[in-house]
Design a protein around this ligand. Structure first.
Ligand code: ADP
Length: 192
């Protein structure tokens, strides 16, 4: 599940994962959990996350690899917030290739910047996430354009199926748009 901060990736990924019967693997949630448990990784990640930056690739890749080794991941997972840089994508592709697996589909949620800002500032008042500030968001959008948007080009270049989905509108309607796009992709739905 791919898209800018505030695009609804987490919301849609958890719904779509249930529909596909596979785990929702959310890098941001896993990192926030490390912070909450005050682990070594959490202590390293927290200041970076609060500033809207990206946690170092090798740390995130190791965390995701450990998650993919869990028994419930053997029929595939829905990744959310990972890979977030081209080096992460290259490491993910290599990790999957070693398992005779691959990225079956990229769902790209499309939401324009004004809507992103409105949503994140609203979420700040509800969830109180420490990175949901005006400065944090501005920085995350810069990082998204610079480091994360190229991940989509990476998958386009290697011929991975990309489903661009309009991420504005009713939450249920967006989930249905995604499910409809996946239906046309045997590879993604077969793993369910
Ligand atoms: P959002 O998509 O709204 O920015 P996330 O929960 O996906 O929220 O991510 C929150 C923060 O966690 C990011 O700004 C970043 O600091 C860190 N993070 C999440 N995923 C990654 C990743 N794959 N690589 C590096 N840092 C990450």
């Amino acid at each position: 599940m791919f898209g800018p901060p505030g695009s609804g990736k987490g919301t849609q990924a958890s719904r779509v994962a249930v529909r596909l019967g596979i785990p929702h693997v959310a890098a941001g949630d896993m990192l926030r959990d490390e912070v909450a448990r005050d682990t070594a990784l959490g202590r390293e990640a927290k200041p970076i996350m609060d500033a809207g930056g990206l946690v170092p690739d090798d740390l995130v890749v190791r965390m995701i690899e450990a998650r993919l080794n869990q028994p419930d991941a053997r029929n595939g997972v829905l990744l959310d917030g990972f890979p977030r840089t081209v080096p992460q994508a290259i490491m993910l592709d290599a990790m999957l290739a070693r398992r005779n697996e691959h990225v079956a589909d990229v769902i790209s949620l499309e939401v324009h910047d004004d809507e992103l800002k409105t949503r994140i500032l609203k979420r700040a008042t509800i969830e109180g996430r420490s990175d949901d500030t005006a400065e944090g968001l501005a920085q995350r959008l810069i990082v998204y354009r610079q480091d994360t948007a190229p991940v989509l080009e990476h998958y386009r270049a290697i011929g991975t199926r990309i489903d661009s989905i309009n991420g504005v509108g009713d939450i249920d309607a967006i989930t249905e748009r995604i499910m409809k796009a996946l239906k046309h992709n045997g590879a993604a739905v077969r793993t369910a």
